[in-house]
Design a binder for this molecule. Structure first.
Ligand SMILES: Nc1nc2c(ncn2[C@@H]2O[C@H](COP(=O)(O)OP(=O)(O)OP(=O)(O)O)[C@@H](O)[C@H]2O)c(=O)[nH]1
Ligand SMILES: [Mg+2]
Length: 247
């Protein structure tokens, strides 16, 4: 083993992957992450997926100690899934905490790049819009919505991010420790914006790292209109918390 490998492996990393009906993707995703040179641990947060995703992961956890499963009672949303994942990460002493989707829209190989960049930053965000537009196979409507959401967030909050709703990133544990997780109630895109905003307001060092985002090939999207509506109001709440009382 050379020194570089030792360095990479010595990073005590947890990759948190929320799942809801990802049976077509979950085993391959776990295998791909485990095969990375950094050998991170994995936490799947499953919301009792009717397609048996949780049961499939349960089998894997028996064979492999690096894979963990948090099985919740029902579909409780992406934000709360991550909050529970963050609490697990802090309780179990992980230094680097990664958020990633299960549908291969995020390339698991980019985890290696996130972990290199985090040496010099506190939060590294996989960004679709930092070097032009790096989105593959999205309908134009979806692209406009996503880029528009980032622009809207930037104008209202002043947070200088090109991809405010990205769900692929690496936090140092100090960032998660500094945020009051009990006060975060948003889901979906708002959850991502809220985490970025709180990190930025606390003056942590943030880097947007270019990634290529590919639309999911297998399985189905869970993001609906309610999640978009939530995000529209959420940014105002973040910027003017004194005008709108938080839940
Ligand atoms: N635990 C949990 N996971 C969820 C929930 N909703 C979505 N997910 C997972 O969160 C990740 C992102 O959800 P997606 O449906 O891919 O959302 P998206 O990427 O915005 O939408 P698409 O690009 O259309 O796939 C995936 O791994 C989902 O399985 C939920 O309510 N609970
Ligand atoms: Mg997706």
């Amino acid at each position: 083993m050379n020194l570089k490998e030792t360095d990479a492996k010595s990073k005590n990393t947890l990759v948190i992957i929320p799942t809801y009906n990802e049976i077509e993707n979950v085993s391959r995703m776990i295998d791909t992450v485990l095969a990375l040179p950094e050998q991170p641990d994995i936490l799947i947060v499953d919301d009792n997926s009717p397609d048996g995703t949780g049961a499939e992961v349960k089998k894997i956890t028996v064979e492999n100690k690096k894979v963990n499963l948090l099985q919740r009672s029902g579909k409780l949303g992406l934000g709360t899934a991550y909050i529970e994942g963050f609490k697990f990460a802090l309780k179990n002493g992980y230094d680097y905490i990664i958020e990633m989707d299960c549908d291969f829209s995020h390339d698991p190989k980019d985890i290696s790049r996130l972990l290199k960049e985090i040496d010099n930053f506190d939060l590294v965000i996989g960004s679709r819009y930092i070097q032009g537009v790096n989105v593959v196979n999205w309908p134009l409507k979806r692209l406009i919505l996503s880029m528009g959401a980032s622009l809207y967030t930037r104008i209202i909050t002043g947070m200088p991010l090109k991809d405010a709703t990205s769900g692929f990133k690496c936090f140092r544990k100090e960032v998660i420790q500094s945020i009051d997780l009990e006060k975060i109630h948003s889901n979906g895109y708002s959850f991502q914006i809220e985490m970025h905003y709180k990190t930025w307001r606390k003056k942590f060092r943030i880097k947007e790292m270019p990634i290529v985002f590919t639309d999911r090939i297998d399985g189905h999207s869970k993001m609906g209109k309610a999640i978009v509506r939530e995000a529209i109001f959420m940014v105002w709440k973040l910027r003017f918390p004194f005008l709108i009382k938080n839940k």
